[in-house]
Design a protein around this ligand. Structure first.
Ligand SMILES: C[S@@+](CC[C@H](N)C(=O)[O-])C[C@H]1O[C@@H](n2cnc3c(N)ncnc32)[C@H](O)[C@@H]1O
Ligand code: SF4
Length: 350
C-alpha cells in the first residue's frame, strides 16, 4: 500500500500537473534543448580540443536513464526540439537506447524534432536506426573535402569513413546538413567547392566562425576567419541572396543562385544573435548552461538524484531559466587571446 502511494506521488510529480513553461527574464520562450551526452570524442579537432584532452571520470556522467529523465523534464516544460551532441554523441555506449526511449516524445507529439550533431565517424552503422527512431534531420561536421587537410584538422579523423556515413544517412532517408568551421588559411579557399559539393547532393551547408571556447593549444586569432570575408570571397563565384529562411537556430541564410541551395552563416563574433535565443544546453554531468558564451550554470544532477519525483528538478530548472543572461560577449582580438569561456565546446556541445 505504501509502495502504491509512493508510486502515485512520483507519477504526480513527474507529470507535474501542468509544469510551467520556460520563459526567461527577457520574455524568450525556451523551446530548444541541446544535450551533450558525452565529452569524449574519437577526433581531436584543432579548434575544439587539445591533443591530450583530459576527460571527465565516467562515474561523474549521468546514466542514460538519468539523461532520459532530465530531457523528459524539459519536454514536460515545453521544449519541442532536442538535439543530441557531444563530444561525439555516437561514441557514447548505448546511445541508441537513449534515442529509442526519447522517441516516445515524438510519438506523443510533445517533441516536434529529435536530432543530432555528429562528426560522422560512426554514422554508417547507425544511420538506418536513427531514421527508424523518428530522426529526420542530422548535422554532420565536415570542414574540408581534402583527406590530408581533414586529418590535419581533426588530428585523428578519416574523411573516407565520414563520407560513407553521409552516404548511409542519405540512403536511409535522413536529411543531412553539413557544418563547416571557417578556418583562416586552412579551408578558406575551399568553401566555394564545398558549397558546390553539398548543394549538388541536396544538402544545406552552414559555415561557423571559430568561437573562443577552451584552451586548445592553438591560437584562435590564427584560426579566426570572419564570415564577412568568407562571404565576400564566395561572392566572387556565386550570386548570394539574403533570404528569410530560419530553422530556429542562430544561422542566417543566403540562397546561392547558381546551385539553388542554401548557405547558412553562424557569426557569433560579427553578428549578435542573442535577442532571439530560444535554447539552453546541458552537459553529460547534468550541468545546465543558460548561455554558450557565459560561465553561469546550474547543477541539475543533485535535484535529479535527490528525489524520485521531478518536483525538485522542475524547481531547479525554473530557477536557472530565471538567470538566463541577455547575451554573450565573445571577443577575439590581439588583446583577448585567452578563451572567453574556459570550458571546451565538447562539454556544452556547440
Ligand atoms: C562540439 S561538436 C559536437 C558534435 C560532433 N562531435 C561534431 O563535431 O559535429 C559541435 C560543433 O561545434 C563545432 N565547434 C567545436 N569547437 C568550436 C569552436 N571553438 N568554435 C566554433 N565551432 C566549434 C564543431 O565543428 C561542430 O560542428
Ligand atoms: S568538433 Fe566534434 S568531432 Fe571535433 S573534436 Fe570537437 S567534439 Fe570531436
Amino acid at each position: 500500500m505504501v509502495a502504491v502511494e509512493q508510486q502515485s506521488a512520483t507519477d504526480f510529480d513527474r507529470a507535474g500537473a501542468m509544469p510551467r513553461p520556460l520563459i526567461d527574464p527577457f520574455a524568450r520562450a525556451i523551446t530548444y534543448l541541446r544535450v551533450s551526452v558525452t565529452d569524449r570524442c574519437d577526433f581531436r579537432c584543432v579548434y575544439c580540443m587539445s591533443e591530450h584532452m583530459t576527460f571527465l571520470p565516467k562515474v561523474d556522467l549521468l546514466t542514460l536513464e538519468e539523461l532520459d529523465r532530465l530531457c523528459s523534464a524539459f519536454v514536460a516544460k515545453g521544449v519541442t526540439k532536442l538535439r543530441l551532441t557531444g563530444g561525439e554523441p555516437l561514441v557514447r555506449r548505448g546511445i541508441m537506447t537513449l534515442v529509442a526511449s526519447l522517441s516516445r516524445h515524438l510519438t506523443s507529439g510533445a517533441l516536434k524534432e529529435l536530432t543530432l550533431t555528429t562528426n560522422g565517424s560512426q554514422l554508417e552503422k547507425h544511420a538506418a536506426e536513427l531514421k527508424d527512431h523518428g530522426i529526420e534531420r542530422i548535422n554532420v561536421s565536415i570542414d574540408t573535402l581534402d583527406p590530408d587537410k581533414f586529418r590535419a584538422i581533426t588530428r585523428w579523423g578519416d574523411l573516407g569513413k565520414v563520407l560513407k556515413g553521409v552516404d548511409a544517412a542519405q540512403k536511409a532517408g535522413l536529411k543531412v546538413k553539413i557544418n563547416a568551421v571557417a578556418l583562416k588559411g586552412v579551408n578558406e579557399d575551399e568553401l566555394a567547392d564545398m558549397t558546390a559539393w553539398a548543394h549538388g547532393r541536396g544538402m544545406d551547408l552552414t559555415l561557423i566562425e571559430v568561437m573562443p571556447l577552451g584552451e586548445t593549444g592553438e591560437s584562435r586569432l590564427d584560426q579566426y576567419l570572419p564570415l564577412s570575408l568568407a562571404r565576400a570571397r564566395l561572392s566572387e563565384r556565386y550570386t548570394l541572396e539574403d533570404i528569410d529562411y530560419r530553422t530556429g537556430g542562430p544561422a542566417r541564410y543566403v540562397q546561392v543562385k547558381e546551385t539553388g541551395g542554401r548557405l547558412g552563416l553562424i557569426t557569433p563574433l560579427t553578428h549578435n544573435f542573442c535577442e532571439s535565443c530560444n535554447r539552453v544546453r546541458i552537459t553529460c554531468t547534468g550541468t545546465l548552461y543558460m548561455c554558450l558564451g557565459q560561465n553561469d550554470a546550474a547543477d541539475l544532477r543533485s535535484p535529479l538524484r535527490a528525489s524520485e519525483g521531478d518536483a525538485p528538478l522542475h524547481a531547479a530548472i525554473d530557477e536557472a531559466i530565471g538567470r538566463k543572461p541577455k547575451g554573450h560577449d565573445f571577443i577575439i582580438d590581439r588583446n583577448h587571446q585567452r578563451p572567453a569561456v574556459s570550458r571546451h565546446m565538447s562539454v556544452t556541445g556547440g
